[in-house]
Structures are given as structure tokens and as C-alpha cells.
Ligand binder design. Structure first.
Ligand code: PMT
Length: 342
């Protein structure tokens, strides 16, 4: 079965923390609007689909949260206020540089023995000299953002959490109108189990094979772009593993949902190559415009590529991150969008 957005919200219960989360976001947006900042909602990480009410098993969507967390940092640098809505325990801005698996922070701390003048004092802690420079840069930016209060973070786990939050936050962002941007990098499940069909307890294995029929998750991009945002600039991502599908699927998403940009990425090349697909009539020309490869006059494609060698440097500190260019291009387009009053 396929749910419409209305049918979904009428039949599935909201997460218990929704009201609290929304009130905090309302305060945040109000303050940023008063201080004259553009606000971007960044969604990041994958959603889960629980199979039981007392959940033991769930389906998950692939995403470490790198794209979202990295982009959030560049948006903050560009002066945006960022609402970072991410999968619990996925990567976050700033702390992502010291992820427990690729760059564990304990590895670059040193223990300093107490001085001979106070041998009973606790040993000191210092940063390994060759890690100091990178840490100082991250820490300085982290403290700057903290002092300005331009980053607000909130979490989701299930696809239900995600859908309820996305609707509520986009409605909150309506107060900043065209100054709102939506950067939907989260990997959202296409299928889910409605409450009414879920087993209450752990599904037992004694009965042989397991068959579960899932329902289709409603796509929220259309109501978001058409009704909820009041002129916000909406970017969605399209992840494919088959190259031949990337552009057709990106164009299809633009046709279906009527938002501003789809950023297409191939699973294996996503760290050094992406394509911006947009409709010609919505934009002035990108810096290196190319006619769409489908031969039509309707779409624009704009490829961003970085040198692969630049991505394989110190864990957490590649020489260049493609998100820097993605965000720069989006800020440019969003600025034009704001200036072009409808
Ligand atoms: O985090 P990383 O490991 O760095 O990986 C980043 C990424 C590859 C996950 C990211 O760049 C990406 O491509 N994200 C979108 C992946 C995807 O599968 O999208 P989708 O086809 O499920 O959805 C398309 C868009 O619609 C997404 O922007 C999604 O947020 C949005 N959506 C999806 C379902 C839904 N019900 N409502 C939505 O709004």
C-alpha cells in the first residue's frame, strides 16, 4: 500500500519528543531571523524501520552522516544558521574529525609526568605535537559557532521520527520564507511497517522463513516544496549505484516534486564527484553550464569534481572536501534565489 502524506500523518503516532524539539527550533529560528541570518536545515544519516513494537530488529538505510556533517560545517563558515537533524550517533559537525573508528581522539593525547617539584600531583595531558594544528583549527571554529549560537542539533532514529520532524521543522522555517534552505542529505527508507501491522513482541524464528509486506513511505518533498516552506530553497540528494540511472532519476525527482535542485551522487564516487540537476527556468546559468544529456532544453547539469588524491589524506583531514564546493555553489544559487523576489 502507498500512503499519501495526509493519510500517513493521520494514522501514525508522532514521536514523544516532537513538541519539545519543535519549541526549541522555534526559538532558534526566531533568534536567527532577528539577527538576519539565512537558515539551513541539514538532514543527515540513515533512518531505521523497526520490525517490532518492542524493537529488537530493524532495517537500516546506508549513510554514515559524512555528507551532512561536513556540509553543515561549510554552511556555518558561510554565515548560515544550521539546524542539524541527524540520525542518533551518526557523524556530527566538528566531532566528525575525531570519529572513533578512523581518527580516535585518545590516540593523539599524551600523558605528561608530574614535575619533580610536585611529584604527587596528577599527571598532565597534552596534544601530540603533529596533531595540534588540525585540532586547534577545529576547536577554534567549534568555539566560534558555539559562542554565536548558530548551530542547533536534534536527532532521529526511525523513519517515523524523520517524517514527523521534517514536516514540523519545515513549517517552523516558513517564517524566514526564501531565506530558508533545505539540504536533505539523509538516506530515508522507501518502505516502512505501519504501527497497525507491527508485531508487539520480538518476531520468533521457530516458524521458518520470515515474510514481511511493507508499505511505501510517502515522499514529503512535494508538500514540503509546495506548501510547507513558503518559498524556501529545497535541495534533495539522489543516491544510485547504477550510473545510467543517476541523471534520469534526478530529473524525475525534479518533475515530480517541483523543488529547486537534485544533487546526484554515485555510491562509490560520492566523495569526489556529484552532479547538480536543476530546471532551466528556475535558475540563471551555473558557472559552467552544460546542456542536459537527455537532449532536452528543460534541465541544466552542473558537475563538481575534485582530485581523488585529495580525498585520501589524514583521516578526518583530507586536503579538499567536495562539500566545500557543493556548499559554495548552493550559497551562490540561494543568494540569487533570495534576490529574485517572486
Ligand atoms: O552520509 P554519507 O555516508 O556521506 O552518505 C551520503 C549519502 C550518499 C547518503 C547522501 O549524499 C545521499 O545521497 N542521500 C540521499 C540518499 C537517498 O537514498 O535518497 P532517497 O532516494 O531515499 O530520497 C531522495 C530525497 O528525498 C532525499 O533527499 C531524502 O531526504 C528525501 N526524502 C526521501 C523519502 C521521503 N519519504 N521523504 C523525503 O523527503
Amino acid at each position: 500500500m502507498s500512503f499519501s502524506a495526509e493519510a500517513y500523518f493521520a494514522s501514525q503516532p508522532p514521536p514523544p519528543t516532537l513538541q519539545h524539539d519543535v519549541e526549541q527550533v522555534r526559538e532558534f529560528v526566531k533568534r536567527q531571523a532577528k539577527e538576519g541570518r539565512n537558515v539551513v536545515l541539514v538532514t543527515s544519516g540513515g533512518t531505521t524501520v523497526p520490525l517490532e513494537l518492542n524493537v529488537v530488529r530493524f532495517l537500516d538505510n546506508f549513510s554514515a552522516g559524512t555528507r551532512g556533517a561536513t556540509s553543515a560545517e561549510y554552511f556555518l563558515k558561510a554565515g548560515y544558521a544550521v539546524i542539524f537533524m541527524h540520525r542518533q550517533f551518526s557523524l556530527q559537525p566538528f566531532s566528525r574529525h575525531y570519529s572513533h573508528s578512523t581518527n580516535p581522539f585518545l590516540d593523539f593525547l599524551e600523558i605528561e609526568p608530574p614535575s619533580s617539584s610536585s611529584p604527587d600531583a596528577d599527571p598532565g595531558i597534552s596534544v601530540t605535537p603533529n596533531k595540534r594544528h588540525d585540532l586547534l583549527n577545529v576547536l577554534t571554529e567549534y568555539k566560534r559557532v558555539h559562542a554565536l549560537g548558530t548551530l542547533h542539533t536534534l536527532t532521529f532514529v526511525t523513519v517515523d521520527d524523520y517524517l514527523w520532524l521534517l514536516r514540523a521543522l519545515s513549517q517552523e522555517l516558513a517564517v524566514v520564507g526564501r531565506r530558508a534552505m533545505f539540504y536533505l542529505a539523509a538516506a530515508v527508507s522507501d518502505f516502512f511497517l505501519p504501527r497497525q501491522k507491527m508485531s508487539e513482541h520480538k518476531i520468533q524464528s521457530g516458524k521458518g522463513n520470515l515474510s514481511i509486506e511493507m508499505d511505501q513511505v510517502p515522499k514529503l518533498l512535494k508538500p514540503l516544496a509546495e506548501d510547507w516552506t513558503k518559498g524556501g530553497y529545497v535541495i534533495s540528494f539522489k543516491l544510485e549505484t547504477d550510473d545510467n540511472l543517476l541523471l534520469p532519476k534526478a530529473r524525475q525527482a525534479l518533475e515530480r516534486y517541483g523543488h529547486q535542485v537534485v544533487i546526484g551522487n554515485d555510491l562509490h564516487r560520492r566523495k569526489f564527484e556529484v552532479v547538480f540537476v536543476s530546471k532551466k527556468h528556475l535558475h540563471g546559468p551555473p558557472p559552467n553550464p552544460r546542456p542536459a544529456t537527455d537532449g532536452s532544453d528543460e534541465f541544466l547539469e552542473h558537475w563538481l569534481r575534485i582530485n581523488v588524491a585529495h580525498t585520501n589524506q589524514t583521516p578526518g583531514f583530507p586536503l579538499k572536501e567536495i562539500e566545500e564546493d557543493i556548499v559554495a555553489e548552493l550559497v551562490r544559487r540561494h543568494t540569487e534565489w533570495i534576490a529574485r523576489t517572486p
